[in-house]
Design a protein around this ligand. Structure first.
Ligand code: SF4
Length: 184
């Protein structure tokens, strides 16, 4: 039994495919060990709507692609002690940023929904419901300060575990070698 106070852990899903969260779930039975060290206070796998105050560690999957992501990441940064960019989309933009060469948001939507998409040619828009695309997808550190970077598409579960074990022990994560740093 672990008697030390639990860390408040959050995981955040921005412009990504959820593969990084799937890799987190690939920690399998170690998640049970992890649960004795952390309280999961916000996550797409938990039913919490608003990012809370006083988070010790936030793992952020995905790039910043729309106004909603921008709002969330500022709230995450303001309320988290350690913010980790989890996966290549968060670290570089990666797959989410593949739309950038299409041009600004209006041009991108025009090409996808009208020129090459829905024959009815309707661009989805519903203020307050459909998030507004940014003109350019950017990685998390382009918007807020990031404390740690964990590359990989997705980062393999052992790499996530190694980083979590180090942070829980108050150590610097071992950020050397292809096992920890390889992209893709
Ligand atoms: S880094 Fe890879 S697995 Fe993670 S959200 Fe991006 S595309 Fe998906």
């Amino acid at each position: 039994m672990n008697d030390t106070p639990k860390l408040r852990l959050a995981t955040v899903w921005l412009g990504g495919c959820s593969g990084c969260h799937m890799s987190l779930l690939d920690l399998d039975e170690w998640l049970i060990d992890l649960a004795s060290y952390v309280d999961l206070v916000y996550s797409p796998i938990a039913d919490t709507k608003i990012f809370p105050e006083g988070v010790d560690l936030a793992l952020v999957e995905g790039a910043i692609a729309c106004d909603e992501h921008m709002e969330i990441i500022h709230r995450v940064r303001a309320n988290s002690t350690i913010l980790v960019s989890l996966g290549d989309c968060a670290v570089t933009g990666n797959v989410t940023a593949l739309r950038n060469p299409l041009g600004e948001a209006g041009l991108t939507l025009q090409q996808i929904y009208v020129d090459h998409g829905d024959p009815r040619g309707i661009i989805p828009a519903e203020p307050g419901i459909v998030p507004v695309l940014l003109d350019k997808v950017v990685p998390v550190h382009a918007v807020v300060h990031v404390d740690r970077f964990l590359p990989g598409c997705p980062p393999p579960a052992p790499r996530i575990r190694a980083m979590l074990e180090a942070l829980l022990a108050g150590r610097e994560p071992d950020a050397e070698g292809s096992d920890m740093l390889r992209f893709g």
